[in-house]
Design a protein around this ligand. Sequence first.
Ligand code: GAR
Length: 203
Amino acid sequence: MRRERARVAVLLSGRGSNFVALAEACARGEVPAEIVLVVSNKPDAAGLERAHERGIPAVAIPGKGLPREEHEAKVIAGIEGAGAQWICLAGYMRLLSEGFVARFPHRILNIHPALLPSFPGLEAQRQAWVYGVKISGCTVHLVDVGCDTGPIVLQRSVPVLDDDTADSLAARILEQEHIAYPTALRLLLTRPWRVDGRRVIFA
Ligand code: GAR
């Protein structure tokens, strides 16, 4: 029996490597999903070009100078217009409002380049390196109104090596992000699961 493919919108602000990892996993049939729209709040985001190359509809909806509600209303109109049921944040450097999150309950995912709850926010890889942790990694989580605070779906760890720089650590974490994000989406789409308090429980 062929499984119905979930329609996914990806929101990004930059390079778009996590978007590409998701798109390629979908194209290989590893994730029963189709990316139907890419939205960037930055018109010059390389991720938009990477979507065009793949024939995936991609739009810039600049946030600069717009009140947050107005910007979000445009983004939501795009997502709903594309018929997306799921939203993957992939380096989307804006916090979502309560209204936005409530509109897609437990259907918004984010990837963060640290083992949450350690090192939320910006430059997480550098924060971890400066702190001197011996293990870091990445986290895929459901999005709530906090900054990198939603229930955790999956984490992957990487060792921090003595001769690492913040950049070499970030590169090693990124490799794991590209595995973690498609894996998490596949799990959520193919396995029964529920949220129990802060915990995402797979049956
Ligand atoms: C990724 O490392 C992602 O985890 C991070 O931004 C980068 C985007 O790279 N996101 C955050 O820090 C969110 N708090 P990409 O554009 O190549 O996917």
